[in-house]
Write a protein that binds this ligand. Structure first.
Ligand SMILES: [Zn+2]
Length: 397
């Protein structure tokens, strides 16, 4: 048996008449009618984060082996020569106003010139530490700190400089323990130095929100985990547009398949991604197909567009179902978390509610819930994210 796992990032929603409920999705409905629907508890404590969610859906979330967001993002950008002595960090370009307070934590989500600015800062050295920088999705950047010799010891036990609100100054990095004092001091110098460099860059004069400071979090180190192949005995690959899903896949030893035009936005090359997934089903036992646009449209409060995007995804899913051997394939459709697009809910953010999941195909027995939307899934099975793949494997035996 082979498994195709389709992850619609932030696909599940809240409120009345959700995009899943409204969307005309004949292919998902046909699968649901023959299969089983339910809810998946990703076991979020605090704010739901996608990397945690992906690891949970794949059966790999544990506090002991979770490496931290910085390392996963770095892997996703192909910075794979990372060493154990390095510290990896996830950064945001942000905007400081004339009064020194943060004006926009995401520098207006404007990518103009960010590639150029990142290149300018790449390679800075401070107190025996080399800084590698690489631009990530949107306003994000990954920073890898590397000691220039073995006498320099770095620590990931540093508190972020991001106050997580606007209208206040950037925080100083703080060491969580004595070993981290050197690292936090170097990071404070880095923010000061890069802030000065960024403020004089000409590209920033063209931007409505100049990218003149970097907020950093997700301090982490290279760690290893039991590979996907060893855990499940399945050859696996990942098709996705954004660095973090690729990073999680690389962390688990899955192959990464790139598709031209896979942007991670609603304008992504859906057709190309589904065609590549159908092709990959021949060579692999497990294909993870990740679509990010559903999350973006929720954050942007575009509930109707999200509904339309789900309909487009459903259309492409139909093509895939024709192209693969459905007698030997189980299809799983779910999300890493819900993202609220409902105006009544006010905050267009991730929610920690259990996510709808649909399992259908080879050997999957029909469940009690056979409609794929939030309300219908409440009547079906309920399992933990980490148990999803074992559940599908058990079902199809
Ligand atoms: Zn999101």
């Amino acid at each position: 048996m082979k498994i195709l796992m389709l992850v619609l990032d932030g696909g599940g929603d809240v409120g009345k008449k959700t995009p899943y409920e409204i969307a005309r999705k004949p292919n998902m409905s046909a699968l649901a009618a023959k299969g089983a629907c339910g809810l998946l508890d990703i076991c979020y404590k605090g704010t739901p984060q996608s990397d945690f969610g992906y690891l949970s859906l794949l059966g790999f979330y544990s506090k002991e082996t979770y490496p931290g967001r910085g390392y996963l993002e770095a892997l996703g950008l192909g910075m794979e020569d990372i060493r154990e002595s390095d510290v990896c960090i996830r950064g945001n370009f942000a905007t400081l106003g004339a009064n020194g307070n943060i004006l926009d934590r995401r520098a207006g989500r404007d990518e103009t010139g960010l590639e150029e600015l990142t290149e300018r800062l790449d390679g800075i050295e401070i107190d025996g530490v080399h800084f590698f920088l690489k631009k990530s999705a949107g306003h994000r950047v990954v920073i890898v700190m590397r000691p220039l010799d073995e006498n320099v010891k770095l620590s990931e036990n540093v508190e972020s400089n991001d106050p997580e609100e606007e209208g206040v100054p950037v925080l100083q990095f703080k060491a969580k323990n004595a070993e981290a004092k050197f690292t936090s001091s170097v990071l404070n110098k880095f923010v000061f130095k890069t802030g000065k460099m960024l403020s004089t860059e000409s590209v920033n004069k063209e931007r409505k929100f100049p990218a003149n400071v970097i907020l950093m979090r997700g301090f982490s180190r290279k760690t290893a985990v039991e590979p996907f192949k060893k855990k499940y005995g399945m050859r696996s690959c990942c098709i996705g547009g954004i660095p973090i899903i690729k990073g999680v896949a690389a962390f688990l030893g899955m192959d990464i398949i790139t598709v031209p035009g896979a942007t991670g936005y609603p304008d992504t090359n859906l057709k190309g991604k589904f065609e590549k997934a159908a092709e990959a089903m021949k060579a692999y036992d497990f294909v993870l197909l990740h679509i990010n646009g559903t999350d973006i449209l929720s954050h942007d409060a575009k509930r109707d567009e999200k509904t339309g995007f789900i309909e487009k995804i459903d259309g492409q899913l139909g093509g895939l179902m024709k192209a693969v051997d459905m007698k030997n394939t189980a299809i799983v459709i779910t999300s890493d978390h819900r993202t609220a697009s409902d105006p009544a809910y006010k905050l267009y953010r991730h929610t920690g509610d259990p996510v709808p999941v649909l399992v259908a195909g080879d050997g999957i027995k029909p469940g009690i819930a056979r409609k794929f939307d939030e309300k219908s899934c409440e009547c079906g099975f309920m399992i933990k994210g980490n148990d999803l793949i074992p559940f599908v494997l058990r079902q199809s035996k």
